[in-house]
Design a protein around this ligand. Structure first.
Ligand code: COA
Ligand code: HC5
Length: 674
C-alpha cells in the first residue's frame, strides 16, 4: 500500500494539499474540513492514492475573541500550538513574481521570470531545497526561529542603537521636581514587579488573534535577560524568575554611574514604593556628578564592542562581576538628567530620540546599557519611556508589560507615605578601565554622536481621525494607513518602493514575524490614479478599496505564514547550509531590489498613548512606526541626513495629505461617515 503524507491547510475557501513538493488546491465545503480523518478522505479522493494521511495545519480564521485565556502554564499551552508550515514552493514563486512586478521594468521582469521558472522547474534546485527545508521542519520545533534570531539579530554587526533597538515614549508626565521623578520611577518598578508575578508563575493571560491562541514564548525572555557581544555572532542570556537563584535586583544608572538595587527583601517580598523611593534618592545623592560613560561602549559596532567587552572582562575580576550583575538584572532603570529646553512642536520628536539614542554623548547616551533587553528611562522633565533590545521579542509583549505597569502607576496614585525601613545602601558598580579602554570610550562617544547627528526623527500625532474612519467605512485601518503610505511615497518619488510591514507569526510555535509587502500592483494602480487628473473620484475610490482589500488579503496570508519572505530566506539558508552556491534567484538584481526596503514599517497598538520608532532599514529609506488609536494615530518617521534623497518631515507632510485625501474620497463616495 502506498502511503503519502500531505500537509493541508485552508486558503481562501479552498483546501490546499501539499506533499513536500506539489501544491494542489481544491474547493471544499466547510463541513469537509472538520478533523484529520475527513481530510484524509478528501486528500485520498483528490490524489487518487490508496492511503493518505492528512494533518490539518491551521484553522480558518474566526471572529476575534477578546476574552483572555488563562492556562495553567504557558508551557502546556505552547505545545498545543501548530508548527510553522513550509509554504508550497510553486505558490511562493508565483507570489514572489507578483511582488516584484511593480518594482521592475518589463525587461527586468522577463529576465527574473526566467530565473524563477528555472529555479522552480520539476526536479530542479528549488524542489531539492524545498525538500530539505521540509525535512528540517519535521525535525525542529520551528524551522525558522533560530535562523531568524541569527539572521535578523545576532549576526548583524551594526550598532544595536537605532538600527535594531526601538524606542518607546510614554505620554509626557508632569514632574514638578526630582522627588516626583523618583516617585514615578518607584511606582514603575513596583508595576513591573507586579507583572513579573504573572510571568514567573506562568500565569499570563494567553494573547489571542482571530480566535486563536498565540505563542507566549517571548514574554518569558524580556525580563532578566541580555544580549552579549561576540566576535562574529552575539548571544543572548535569560535568567528565568522562577528558577533557584533567580535575580532579585535591577540596575539603576544615573549620571553614567551604575548601581545595583535589590528590589526584594531576603524573604522574597518586593520592596514597597516608599522603600524604592528612598533607595533611588540615595542613588541620586551618591552620583551628583557625571562619571565617564562606560555604558556608551555598548552602542558601538558589535565587533568593536565585543573587543572592548573582552578587555573589560580581562582587566579586572570586579569588572567581570559587574558585567554579570548587569546581564542578570531584572531590568535597567536610567534616571536621565535635564535635556535642553525644546520648543513645544519638536518635543515629541526629541522625546522619541531620547528613547532611541539618548540624545548624544553630552546628553544621556552614556546613561544606558544598550545590550539590556529592557531599559526604562525616567527623565527629570517627565520625559519617560523604554528602549528595548530587539533580539528576544517583538513589540507586543513589551507593550503588554507597559500597559500593565502604566495602569499600575495610575491606580496607585498618591501613595500615603510610610516611614521607610532602613535598608542597606544600593551597591555602586565601578568599572576599572585602563588607557586603552578610555580611548575606546572616547571613540564610542564620537561614533554615537555621528549616529545621533545622522538620524532625522519626525514624531507627530495625526489628529483628524484614527481607526474610527476606515472602520466606519468597512476598511481595515492598518490597510488604510499602509495604502496612504504608498501614496505618500509615490507622490514624492513618482515610483513605488519595496515596503516591509511586520506581521506576527505568533499563531505558530516560537513564531516571530513575516513580511507584509505593502507595495502591490493594486497599490501602485491606486497611486497612479490619484496623480492622474483625468481619473474620476469614483474610479479613484474603486481603486482605493481594491488596494486596501489587497493589503488585507496579504496580511491575512502573512499571519498564516503563507507569504514569501521567510520562506525564501529558508530556501536560501538551506542552500548555504548544504554548502551550495547561493542560487541565482537570490543573486538576481530583482531580489536585491525586493529586499531593499525603502519603507520599513510596523504597527504597534497600545492601550496608552505611546509614541514609538526606529531607524530606516536602508541608507536611502524611511522607518515608519505607528500606533493607531480610535480617534488619532501616533507616527514616528525616521530617515538619515546623509541620504540626500530622504526627508522625514517631507514624508510626514505627504502622509498627512494622503490620509486626508483618502478620507475626502471616502466621504465623497460613501457619504459622511466618520
Ligand atoms: N471593517 C470594519 N472594521 C475593521 C475592518 C473592516 N473591514 N477590518 C479591520 N477592522 C477592525 C478590526 O476588527 C480591529 O478592531 P479593534 O480596533 O476593535 O480591535 C481594527 O479594525 C484593527 O484592525 P486592522 O487595522 O485590520 O489591523 P490589525 O489590528 O488586525 O493588525 C497587523 C494588523 C498586521 C498589524 C497585526 O495582525 C499584527 O501582525 N500585529 C503585530 C505586528 C508586530 O509584531 N509589530 C511589532 C514588530 S516589533
Ligand atoms: C515598539 C515598536 C517596535 C517595532 C519594532 C519592529 O517593528 O521591528 C520589526 C521586527 C520584525 O521582525 O518585523 C523590524 N522593523 C523595524 C524592520 C520593521
Amino acid at each position: 500500500m502506498q502511503r503519502i503524507t500531505v500537509d493541508t491547510y485552508r486558503y481562501k475557501g479552498y483546501l490546499s494539499f501539499e506533499d513536500s513538493l506539489t501544491l494542489r488546491t481544491v474547493p471544499v465545503e466547510d463541513d469537509l474540513i472538520q478533523g484529520a480523518a475527513m481530510l484524509s478522505v478528501v486528500a485520498r479522493n483528490f490524489f487518487k492514492q490508496g492511503a493518505v494521511t492528512a494533518t490539518k495545519m491551521t484553522k480558518p480564521a474566526q471572529a476575534p475573541t477578546k476574552a483572555p485565556m488563562i492556562m495553567k502554564s504557558y508551557l502546556s499551552h505552547q505545545s498545543t500550538l501548530p508548527k510553522l508550515p513550509v509554504p508550497p514552493l510553486q505558490q511562493t514563486l508565483y507570489k514572489y513574481l507578483l511582488a516584484v512586478q511593480p518594482l521592475l521594468s518589463e525587461d527586468e521582469y522577463t529576465n527574473t521570470k526566467q530565473i524563477v521558472d528555472k529555479f522552480g522547474k520539476p526536479g530542479g534546485l528549488g524542489e531539492r531545497l524545498q525538500m530539505k527545508l521540509w525535512q528540517r521542519a519535521q525535525k525542529t520545533e520551528s524551522w525558522l526561529s533560530e535562523w531568524w534570531l541569527h539572521a535578523a539579530y545576532l549576526d548583524i554587526r551594526s550598532p544595536v542603537v537605532i538600527n535594531s533597538t526601538p524606542g518607546i515614549a510614554f505620554p509626557l508626565q508632569d514632574f514638578a521636581d526630582q522627588k516626583e521623578q523618583l516617585r514615578f520611577a518607584s511606582k514603575l518598578i513596583a508595576g513591573v514587579l507586579d507583572y513579573k508575578v504573572m510571568v514567573d508563575s506562568e500565569n499570563l493571560p494567553i494573547d489571542m488573534m482571530g480566535g486563536q491562541p498565540l505563542c507566549m514564548d517571548q514574554y518569558y525572555k524580556i525580563l532578566s535577560s541580555c544580549r552579549i557581544p561576540g566576535p562574529k555572532r552575539d548571544s543572548v542570556v535569560v535568567y528565568p524568575g522562577n528558577k533557584a537563584n533567580a535575580p532579585k535586583h535591577i540596575i539603576v544608572i544615573h549620571n553614567n554611574h551604575f548601581f545595583t538595587l535589590d528590589v526584594y527583601y531576603p524573604s522574597g517580598k518586593p520592596l514597597g514604593i516608599d522603600e524604592l523611593f528612598a533607595q533611588l534618592e540615595k542613588i541620586i545623592n551618591m552620583s551628583p556628578k557625571r562619571a565617564r560613560p562606560v555604558g556608551i561602549l555598548t552602542t558601538e559596532h558589535r565587533n568593536t564592542w565585543g573587543k572592548a567587552y573582552r578587555k573589560l572582562k580581562k582587566l579586572d575580576k570586579a569588572n567581570k562581576k559587574i558585567l554579570k550583575e548587569i546581564e542578570r538584572s531584572i531590568f535597567v532603570l536610567c534616571l536621565d538628567e535635564h535635556t535642553d529646553n525644546i520648543p513645544l512642536d519638536q518635543r515629541l520628536s526629541e522625546l522619541a530620540c531620547q528613547m532611541l539614542h539618548g540624545g548624544g554623548s553630552t546628553k544621556n547616551s552614556g546613561n544606558r546599557w544598550a545590550d539590556k533587553t529592557l531599559q526604562f528611562i525616567v527623565g527629570t522633565e517627565g520625559n519617560c519611556g523604554i528602549s528595548y533590545e530587539h533580539a528576544q521579542a517583538e513589540g507586543p509583549p513589551l507593550i503588554s508589560l507597559l500597559d500593565h505597569s502604566l495602569t499600575f502607576v495610575e491606580k496607585v496614585g498618591n501613595v500615603p507615605k510610610s516611614a521607610p525601613i532602613n535598608l542597606p545602601d544600593p551597591k555602586r558598580l565601578e568599572f576599572k578601565v585602563n588607557e586603552e579602554l578610555l580611548q575606546d570610550i572616547e571613540i564610542a562617544e564620537r561614533h554615537l554622536d555621528m549616529i545621533v547627528d545622522d538620524l532625522q526623527v519626525h514624531a507627530f500625532q495625526f489628529q483628524p481621525f484614527g481607526k474610527n474612519m476606515p472602520k466606519a467605512n468597512r476598511m481595515s485601518p492598518d490597510a488604510f494607513i499602509q495604502v496612504a503610505l504608498q501614496l505618500a511615497y509615490y507622490r514624492i518619488y513618482s515610483q513605488p518602493a519595496a515596503t516591509y510591514e511586520s506581521a506576527s507569526l505568533r499563531r505558530y510555535r516560537l513564531g516571530r514575524t513575516d513580511t507584509i509587502r505593502s507595495c502591490t500592483t493594486d497599490s501602485v494602480n491606486f497611486c497612479k490614479a490619484m496623480l492622474n487628473e483625468k481619473k474620476t473620484p469614483s474610479e479613484k475610490y474603486r481603486l482605493l478599496r481594491k488596494a486596501v482589500e489587497a493589503h488585507k488579503t496579504y496580511t491575512n496570508e502573512a499571519l498564516f505564514g503563507d507569504v514569501i519572505d521567510r520562506h525564501l530566506l529558508g530556501l536560501k539558508l538551506t542552500a548555504i547550509e548544504s554548502g551550495l552556491n547561493v542560487p541565482e534567484i537570490f543573486v538576481d538584481q530583482a531580489y536585491q531590489t525586493a529586499m531593499h526596503f525603502k519603507l520599513s514599517t510596523s504597527q504597534v497598538p497600545s492601550k496608552f498613548d505611546l509614541v514609538m520608532g526606529y531607524a530606516p532599514d536602508v541608507p536611502d529609506g524611511y522607518g515608519v512606526c505607528y500606533n493607531p488609536r480610535e480617534t488619532h494615530t501616533n507616527f514616528v518617521l525616521s530617515a538619515f541626513n546623509t541620504s540626500p534623497e530622504t526627508d522625514a518631515q517631507k514624508l510626514a507632510t505627504s502622509l498627512a495629505a494622503s490620509l486626508m485625501e483618502m478620507q475626502q474620497l471616502t466621504i465623497q463616495n460613501e457619504g459622511s461617515k466618520l
